[in-house]
Design a protein around this ligand. Structure first.
Ligand code: CP
Ligand code: NVA
Length: 306
């Protein structure tokens, strides 16, 4: 095999705690520089290939805009019109693309696809969401918390709803950024067992959303049916009905608690409109910070860690 040893970002835990904190600080600095109109292009002529097996608004636009702002370029690749969709092996695609571009972002179904691609790629590979994890979103969310409330270390976070890719990444974030996590999910929709076990010193799993939200400094949720689970939508809507983040749930949280959602959201399902459109919601900051946090990630992978 042609295995290589460059740095990848397939999971939050590909960063050390020191690197993760430096990256968030850098994202805040890059945001300040952009707003001050400062030209900063450390990646001239560098290219990022973006492979999307699933739909995206934020991830695509933030990576593409970020690369342009850093002086580089991004390519949108869909399986529908590349050879990836016609069965070219992932190992071959990885070796070919990484001979041409400087980094690859992949949004895929199985984490295993990402890992296989990374094993054969000679350039950094970034997880732009898999069925298992969504680490780029957590970078933006950690930046958002830091900007709004300061250090998240020692704070209490409530995850309410599906034990999905976002929940799994919150479990990894709890270890990396050192916060307490309380998860409320329906039976049978728990997060990854290994990730839960690894975070057992700081994570509790309950069945009652209000219990999970008790005293929380941050309450987060996500859609009840993720991409690829469309046919389960009706069944999930019934099972998850008691897990909506309502004003009553938020009332159990700390007085200055924030509400987060990676978006897209379904008002009246996982979150009440009064919460997501209310004063404690920071969802638009989270979306914007995808741009700044990923610029810091690209700069890190292509310059600092290269
Ligand atoms: N939050 C997020 O990843 O959004 P997109 O699916 O629009 O990229
Ligand atoms: N859990 C959702 C997140 C979308 C950004 C999904 O995987 O579809």
């Amino acid at each position: 095999a042609h295995r290589t040893h460059c740095r990848h970002f397939l999971s939050l835990l590909d960063l050390s705690d020191v690197e993760a904190r430096a990256l968030i600080a850098r994202a805040i600095e890059l945001k300040r520089m952009l707003k001050a109109g400062q030209d900063y292009r450390p990646l001239p002529y560098r290219t990022l290939a973006m492979i999307f097996e699933k739909s995206s608004t934020r991830t695509r636009v933030s990576f593409e805009t970020g690369m342009v702002q850093l002086g580089g370029h991004a390519l949108f690749l869909s399986p529908r019109d590349t050879q990836l969709g016609r069965g070219e092996p992932i190992e071959d695609s990885a070796r070919v693309l990484s001979r041409m571009v400087d980094a690859v972002m992949i949004r895929t179904f199985s984490q295993e696809t990402l890992e296989r691609f990374a094993a054969y790629s000679s350039v950094p590979v970034i997880n732009g969401l898999s069925d298992r994890l969504h680490p780029c979103q957590l970078l933006a969310d950690m930046q958002t918390y830091q900007e709004s409330r300061g250090d998240i270390r020692g704070r209490r976070v409530a995850w309410i709803g599906d034990g999905n890719n976002m929940c799994n990444s919150f479990l990894e974030a709890a270890r990396l950024f050192d916060f307490e996590l309380r998860i409320a999910c329906p039976e049978g929709f728990e997060p990854d067992a290994a990730l839960l076990a690894a975070a057992s010193d700081r994570c509790t799993l309950v069945r009652d959303p209000e219990e999970a939200a008790d005293g929380a400094h941050l309450v987060a949720t996500d859609v009840w049916a993720s991409m690829g689970q469309e046919e389960e939508q009706a069944r999930r809507q019934t099972l998850f009905a008691p897990f909506q983040v309502t004003d009553a749930v938020m009332a159990r949280a700390a007085g200055d608690a924030l509400f987060m959602h990676c978006l897209p959201a379904h008002r009246g399902e996982e979150v009440a409109a009064s919460v997501i459109d209310g004063p404690r919601s920071v969802v638009w900051d989270e979306a914007e910070n995808r741009l700044h946090a990923q610029k810091a990630l690209l700069e890190f992978l292509l310059t600092v860690a290269a």
